[in-house]
Design a protein around this ligand. Structure first.
Ligand code: IPM
Ligand code: MG
Length: 372
């Protein structure tokens, strides 16, 4: 298969982790005889620095003429700490999602058997967790009208949803559940918010079209508690933009590190694949950022194009790296740490030689050992 992939590394650790995903995709192309062509463009704080625009037209154009987009990370502390900044890096990502119509953001969360001890949550609580979060991505409070009074003392953000916006993502969530454990949980705040009541109404009306799927509801405050109290109760979580943002960061604790969580953002025409984590500026350039979220986002990209065997091989490589402790410090405080680059090398190498990688693992750790 030939795929034109737009690469938007973005800010902070974005370029380092994206480079590992590309490495892995190149290994897949070689093994399976595909042709993946990568073209890079800027987005975020770096694009503001270079072109005074967090999403330059050339970047948007590249995305629109590519088959898929691989996105790194966005954000810079110089904007986080300056509430009066006129342009912000995040605007680049939000505009990209909106312009490309990426209304559904799918965030898989699972407890890896080999990492059960790494989570701050108890093993018996998280073991077996396998959740797919369907977060609405182009509506709600993120995109509603924003106001700041002239004296700067009053502000508001409008949260708005239409039936159509709810239906299109709810269909995807129901369909996903049909191929999983057949349960959709709508997370909302219908006891307080009008938009949430509309979500409940619309989703309830749709449910009879999916008779094999059980639908239930949770208020977001309760859902946040249930997520760490009994995460195994969830299959597909369907929710609006802001609640999905918050709950997916919380859910990453189950896996052991936010550096493991990948996502796919899809619409009717375009698809973008991005880690759920941010730009982690403190780690930039240190080789300590976990590239697995980006590598698993590349696997989701392949799945999107039906390349299931290829995606599976990447996931096996990831599992093997975790099992053998070939991991960055976020998951590995007691052993020799492995750099971002080495994790990428290991997984790419596994793809080229799935049988041999124990040997390479030994080499990786020998090369770093302080005893030798
Ligand atoms: C995410 C991020 C973004 C969001 C930020 C960077 C705008 O937190 O993808 O979860 O809030 O959607
Ligand atoms: Mg987030």
């Amino acid at each position: 298969m030939k795929l034109n992939i737009a690469v938007l590394p973005g800010d902070g650790i974005g370029p380092e982790v994206t480079a590992q995903a590309i490495k892995v995709l190149k290994a897949i192309a070689l093994e399976f005889d595909h042709m993946f062509l990568f073209k890079e463009a800027s987005v975020g704080a770096i694009a503001i620095d270079q072109e005074n625009d967090p999403l330059p037209d050339t970047t948007l154009k590249l995305c629109k003429t590519s088959d898929a987009i691989l996105f790194g990370a966005i954000g810079d502390p110089k904007y986080d700490n300056n509430p009066s900044a006129k342009v912000r890096p995040e605007q680049g990502l939000l505009k990209l999602r909106k312009e490309l119509g990426l209304f559904a953001n799918i965030r898989p969360v699972k407890a890896y058997e080999t990492l059960l001890e790494k989570s701050p949550l108890k093993k018996e609580i998280i073991q077996g967790t396998d959740i797919s979060i369907y977060r609405e991505l182009t509506g709600g409070i993120y995109f509603g009208e924003k106001k700041l009074s002239e004296d700067g003392n009053t502000a508001s953000d409008l949260c708005e949803y239409s039936r159509e916006e709810i239906e299109r993502i709810a269909h995807l969530a129901f369909k996903a559940a049909q191929n999983r454990k057949k349960k959709v949980t709508l997370v909302d705040k219908a006891n307080v918010l009008e938009t949430s009541r509309l979500w409940r109404k619309v989703v309830t009306e749709m449910a009879p079209n999916y008779p094999d799927v059980a639908l239930d509801f949770l208020f977001v405050d309760n859902a946040a508690m249930q997520m760490i109290l009994n995460p195994k109760q969830f299959d597909v979580i369907l929710t609006e933009n802001l609640f999905g943002d918050v709950i997916s960061d919380e859910a990453s604790v189950i896996s052991g590190s936010i550096g493991l969580l990948a996502s796919a953002s899809v619409g009717n025409k375009y698809a973008m694949f991005e880690p759920i984590h941010g730009s982690y500026p403190q780690a930039t350039g240190k080789g300590i950022a976990n590239p697995i979220a980006s590598i698993l986002s590349a696997a989701m990209l392949l799945e999107h194009f039906g390349l299931l065997e290829e995606a599976e091989l990447i996931k096996e490589g990831v599992n093997k790296s975790l099992k053998l402790n070939v991991t960055t410090p976020d998951l590995n405080v007691t052993y020799d740490n492995v750099s971002t680059n080495k994790v990428g090398d290991f997984i790419a190498d596994f793809i080229s030689n799935p049988k041999d990688s124990n040997l390479n693992f030994t080499n990786i750790h020998l090369g770093q050992s302080t005893i030798i």
